[in-house]
Design a binder for this molecule. Structure first.
Ligand code: PSU
Ligand code: MN
Length: 304
């Protein structure tokens, strides 16, 4: 049996041992989702938001082959400033390979869920999840995040999925995979920068205690897998659909023209949209991550 190389910050270890609420955070959003220095500011602010909500934040990454549960400020800064191509973007397919070969990588939603579950953390806050890409009939590009939600028991708090994705197909696949998609405070599925995707969300729960109870019930029933919470971006930070859609179309056209594929698709689109909105998309992105952190702390405190 190979020992698992996993290490915890003292703060996270103590909270888990004492049964206090802990919220996991991903690191790909830092290395591949936002530019420096806004990524570092976001990473620090989101941790502060979780602490203010009475929970302990645990940003997750792999450093030199060790799964790290909780990053200190020096590690956050190292990730935030990492030159392009030096930190792997880890999902289910390459997490173990990265650890076994002593490399360094940032965890996506899928890989963060795996590490959180290994660490005994049941709630995770992020911005957006990966999904079924538009044009999937040609590319077969479906994020491993969806299949992870089907098999790993972590409640993921997101602001929905971006309009760069095929949202109806993303919802269909989540239903097929048996993943509950739970909107908070409204009936509509939120679409990341916009509060309303134009699609109804399959489930709605306005009370964090219901979301926690639903996670416990899945465990009691022996149902594997997690839950996807979709929390609308705060109104004052929203970019309306009519405004963001042409930008999304432009970014998608640019990706097609440049032949962007596989793991590079999502980071490329995020970067293009940032440039095309002159930074507005990033302001919205940061606001919704903080909003998700607040909700995740409440779900963790309610005993998910
Ligand atoms: N969507 C966002 N922001 C992000 C990501 C997705 O709005 O930062 C990141 C997350 O880490 C997510 C990953 O898990 O991209 C999905 O990548 P892919 O589409 O290659 O599976
Ligand atoms: Mn993909």
């Amino acid at each position: 049996m190979t020992d698992l190389p996993i290490s915890f910050t003292a703060e996270v270890r103590a909270a888990l041992d004492q049964g206090r609420p802990v919220v996991a955070l991903e690191s790909t959003i830092i290395t591949h989702g936002m530019p420096f220095p806004q990524n570092l500011e976001m990473a620090r602010d989101v941790e502060a938001e979780i602490r203010a909500g009475g929970a302990v934040p645990a940003t997750i990454a792999v450093i030199d082959g060790t799964i790290r549960i909780g990053l200190d400020d020096a590690a956050l800064e190292r990730f935030a400033q990492s030159p392009e191509g030096t930190v792997m973007k880890l999902s289910r397919a390459d997490l173990a390979a990265c650890v076994a070969t002593g490399r360094t990588g940032a965890t996506t939603v899928a890989a963060t869920m795996i590490c959180a579950a290994l660490a005994g953390i049941r709630v995770f806050a992020t911005g957006g999840i990966g999904g079924v890409h538009r044009g999937v009939e040609d590319t077969m590009d479906v994020s491993a995040d969806l299949h992870e939600l089907a098999q790993t028991a972590v409640t993921v708090v997101s602001a929905g999925a971006k309009a760069i994705l095929d949202l109806p197909r993303t919802l269909e696949l989540l239903e097929t995979l048996g993943v509950p998609v739970i909107a908070v405070g409204q009936d509509a599925l939120p679409a990341f920068w916009s509060r309303d995707s134009g699609l109804p969300a399959p489930l709605r729960m306005d009370d964090p205690a219901q979301i926690a109870a639903s996670a416990r019930m899945r465990r009691a029933m022996g149902l594997p897998g997690g839950q996807l919470v979709v929390n609308p971006i705060p109104e004052d930070a929203e970019i309306a659909r009519a405004e963001i859609m042409p930008v999304v179309e432009q970014a998608l056209a640019d990706a097609a023209a440049q032949g962007i594929a596989a793991k590079d698709v999502t980071p490329f689109l995020l970067d293009r949209i940032y440039a095309l909105t002159e930074g507005r998309s990033l302001v919205a992105n940061t606001a919704l991550v903080l909003n998700n952190a607040r909700l995740a702390a409440r779900i963790a405190a309610a005993g998910a």
